[in-house]
Design a binder for this molecule. Structure first.
Ligand code: H2P
Length: 837
């Protein structure tokens, strides 16, 4: 359009759209400008929250100019991009991160202090964006940070839920859920794109007809439709101009008013339909084990994948390339099975709307998609009932049946006459009613399938996807061990440690090349360095102790050993085993003489995490933890030797306080159940030791940091099935220490034992699926080793330093580079600062 203007107009625009400077004075002006104009407030009636709003808006202006520049340069160059489809992006707070990544933190600190506010208080005023359940959503956020930092052209696609994961409050020891209305005060970290609106259809029926060449064409005549509106969330890379985008969709009623109801005089019904449209993106589903049959969840998945694909295809079409080039321009990563419908939608667009042949279309589809699996738990495998699916997406169901038919025909050719095999591999499960197995569809429609840690990737090849490995061969099934961003999880969360590392290594290059941390290995024999190292840990523990005081009203000593388990509450993660051993510890202390007590290592046991609202047993674990805490924390016979706390409403910003303060953290899932775990990486990176099983990424952490710096116990993944078998059919007796603990609960040591009966019965011999009894003795022993090791603070500090020093592998930069090179085939595209706003 520029060319249409006279030269003077172009020049005027050029001059006026020069970027603002980033000195203190200019930044302060921009903050005050937002206070007085955008917020319409006066300087004398400001509180921390309005200060936050103004600083956020000023930060956002700078973010947007990078975003604009990046998106402008990328659309011109049009390199291959990756699209990361994730139903969850657990971003947490944005302001501190944006300032650090843009290199503006110090200047903003100064500007804000001079304006009379404390930057930490201002940062604390931001609410978390909690659009995720746990590891899966946080992984997506870490990957977005690394993609931008490494200058990869990447977009995330997700949903803009009105309500994030519920807020957890503890009432009478029980978890209660409250809605997380995080948009109450507007969200400065999104750019509403009200002009980008896509019509998404549901229901109706399909008309088949022959075209002029005698080919059957399908015409989907939908029954209803809604609009998808785009909200863009800028993701700045660390110390680079590049600023990527996460596009989140919001559902709205279509502009096309439902004329039928209206003309029939049914005004109320037409408004009701409009409200229903808005429901689609109203709430993030908690990771429940009662997901089956949730029609609204299926609607979410289709709404999101269809809007995203429409957007991706529109962008591709602008380039006027041939369809066969699509996979050279577009890589789509499926974060779990949630976006698997994208495979079907792309096939539909290519065949029904772009008139490609089935085979040409399918080749494009399978070259485009790749799929990450995050769990082997059978109850977490997504399935949709065929009748419900057909009602919502009739044409997509036909396509799935065709994909399945052509696929099984090929299997039959390769392995003739094996009906059992066809049954096992089929995308359709022959149940009443039939079910669509989304994991099978994802494998069949993708060119690469990966697990999230070495053990997990091997496990999926021998269990859930074994037949597929036999059919496709090994090359399709690869491993991409998870990673975390060191920018948020060390630099931002633990600024003192970050500074010490930068001083010690003579620069901050390590924040973009985490393997440089190895340089710290030579410092373990430096007593002065060790002292500084441990002083920082102590300062972080003081900060956590303050949080515990405000949130739990319990005083804890920062000199005690801080023992942490924070993650979703789930039976496989075995918080139950942890609290049972705490009870064992409590009983042991109670039975001691004063002299014996003198040698006990004081410990604060810290729990946090949410249980799915419908997960009764997990919620009872929370109740048990709180009941134990109530007794133990008041017992004068125990005093500071043992404290137990459950920190309510665990989220990203709370994790940023907890992670740097831990001495030991618990990653104790039954071997073979935790796909990777990522908090294990965060704790160790911050010099916290871990106690854990040989599960998920613990194994690779052990390999990197060495067995002297980690406490490993329990059975191995390959022993699990034998142990379950022995338990079930040979009646292996319960561990005696565990028996003692159970008796204490049953005697009513902690509230009415009736409450805990359903929980205790999960341990009945033959039913202890997560093998708490089998691992109990070795878990107690490992905890004793922790106590003994902590007594020797010199040795402990060396272990702590070695932990941090050898965590380079677990940077999400490493993971993302592997994905880019081995799956997506994309290259970095560094953006140049052209000085535009
Ligand atoms: C899940 C797995 C973790 C894994 C993470 C990211 C689903 O997270 O269970 O083992 O590290 O994905 O791949 P979570 O349990 O925290 O919800």
């Amino acid at each position: 359009e520029k060319s249409k203007w006279p030269k003077e107009t172009v020049q005027l625009w050029e001059r006026l759209s020069k970027k603002e400077a980033n000195d203190v004075e200019t930044i302060q002006k921009s903050i005050v400008h937002h206070v007085t104009t955008t917020l319409a407030r006066a300087a004398y009636n400001m509180d921390n929250f309005s200060a936050y709003q103004a600083v956020a808006l000023s930060t956002r202006d700078r973010l947007i100019s990078r975003w604009n520049e990046t998106q402008g340069q990328l659309s011109k160059a049009d390199p291959k991009r990756v699209y990361y489809l994730s139903l969850e992006f657990l971003l947490g707070r944005s302001m501190d991160n944006a300032l650090l990544n843009m290199g503006l933190k110090d200047t903003y600190d100064k500007s804000v202090e001079q304006l009379g506010f404390n930057m930490e208080d201002v940062i604390e005023s931001e609410v978390d964006a909690a659009l995720g359940n746990g590891g899966l959503g946080r992984l997506a956020a870490c990957y977005m940070d690394s993609l931008a930092t490494l200058d990869y052209p990447a977009w995330g696609y997700g949903l803009r839920y009105n309500y994030g994961i519920f807020q957890q409050r503890i009432v009478d020891g029980y978890q209660t859920e409250f809605p997380d209305y995080w948009l109450n005060f507007d969200n400065p970290w999104e750019l509403p794109r009200l002009d980008i609106s896509i019509q998404i259809s549901f229901g109706g029926h399909v008309q088949a007809s022959q075209d002029e060449y005698g080919v059957t064409r399908h015409n989907w005549i939908p029954g209803s439709s809604v609009q998808a509106i785009a909200y863009d969330v800028p993701i700045p890379g660390y110390h680079t101009e590049n600023c990527n985008n996460i596009r989140l969709w919001r559902s709205k009623p279509t502009k096309v008013f439902d004329l039928t109801s209206f003309n029939e005089g049914n005004y109320e019904k037409s408004v009701e339909d409009a409200t229903n449209a808005e429901k689609i993106t109203s709430v993030l589903y908690p990771n429940d084990n009662t997901m089956a049959g949730k029609e609204l969840r299926l609607k979410q998945q289709y709404f999101w994948t269809a809007a995203s694909l429409h957007d991706i295809v529109r962008r591709f079409k602008k380039s006027m390339r041939e369809w066969s080039n699509f996979p050279d321009q577009v890589a789509i990563q499926l974060n779990d099975t949630h976006p698997t419908l994208a495979i079907v939608e792309l096939q539909r667009l290519l065949v029904d709307e772009e008139m490609l042949s089935w085979d040409d279309a399918w080749e494009i589809v399978t070259k485009t998609f790749a799929f990450t699996n995050h769990t082997v738990l059978p109850e977490a495998m997504e399935k949709w009932s065929v009748p419900m699916f057909e009602y919502l997406l009739p044409r997509h169901l036909q396509i799935i049946f065709d994909i399945n038919l052509f696929f099984l025909q090929k299997v039959e050719t390769k392995f003739p006459n094996d009906r059992g095999l066809l049954n096992r591999m089929s995308i359709i499960e022959e149940a009443q009613p039939q079910q669509i197995r989304m994991a099978h569809l994802a494998v069949v429609g993708s060119h690469k399938v990966n697990g999230v840690a070495a053990l997990h990737s091997n496990l999926i090849k021998t269990t859930i996807f074994k037949d597929f490995v036999d059919y496709y061969g090994e090359e399709k099934f690869i491993n991409k061990t998870n990673g975390i961003t060191p920018r948020r999880w060390l630099h931002q969360a633990n600024p003192q440690l970050s500074n010490l590392i930068t001083e010690t290594l003579g620069g901050d290059k390590w924040l973009k090349d985490l393997s440089l941390l190895k340089g710290l290995n030579t410092k373990t024999e430096d007593a002065a360095f060790r002292k500084q190292w441990m002083q920082i840990k102590r300062a972080n523990k003081v900060r956590l102790a303050e949080l515990i005081k405000t949130r739990c009203d319990v005083e804890v000593s920062p000199d005690a050993l801080f023992d942490v388990q924070v993650k979703r509450i789930h039976e496989y993660k075995r918080q139950f085993m942890n609290i049972l051993v705490v009870i064992h510890r409590y009983r042991t202390i109670k039975s001691m003489t004063a002299a014996q007590k003198a040698s006990v290592q004081p410990r604060v046991v810290i729990f946090g995490g949410k249980a799915a609202p419908g997960y009764y047993i997990a919620k009872l674990v929370i109740k048990l933890i709180n009941s134990v805490a109530a007794v133990v924390n008041q017992d004068p016979a125990v005093g500071d030797l043992l404290k137990v706390v459950f920190i309510p409403d665990y989220n990203v910003s709370v994790a940023e306080v907890i992670v740097p303060a831990s001495d030991i953290s618990q990653h104790i899932s039954t071997a073979g159940t935790e796909a990777s775990g990522t908090s294990n990486m965060k704790f160790v990176l911050n010099g916290g030791l871990i106690i854990g099983t040989l599960d998920g990424a613990n194994i690779e952490i052990l390999e990197e940091i060495g067995e002297d710096n980690i406490f490993i116990f329990g059975c191995m993944a390959h022993e699990v099935e034998d142990l379950r078998h022995a338990q079930r059919y040979r009646g292996v007796p319960m561990d005696p220490a565990l028996q003692g603990v159970i008796s204490a609960i049953e005697r009513g040591t902690f509230e009415d034992p009736k409450i805990f009966q359903p929980l205790i019965s999960t341990l009945t011999v033959g039913k202890d699926f997560y093998l708490i009894s089998a691992d109990f003795a070795s878990y107690i022993a490992a905890n004793q080793q922790v106590d003994a090791a902590y007594k020797n603070q010199d040795e402990w500090s060396k272990k702590s330093i070695r932990c941090t020093a050898n965590m380079g592998k677990f940077s999400s930069d490493r993971s993302v580079k592997e994905y880019a090179e081995e799956i997506w085939n994309i290259k970095p595209y560094p953006v140049v600062d052209e000085g535009h706003m």
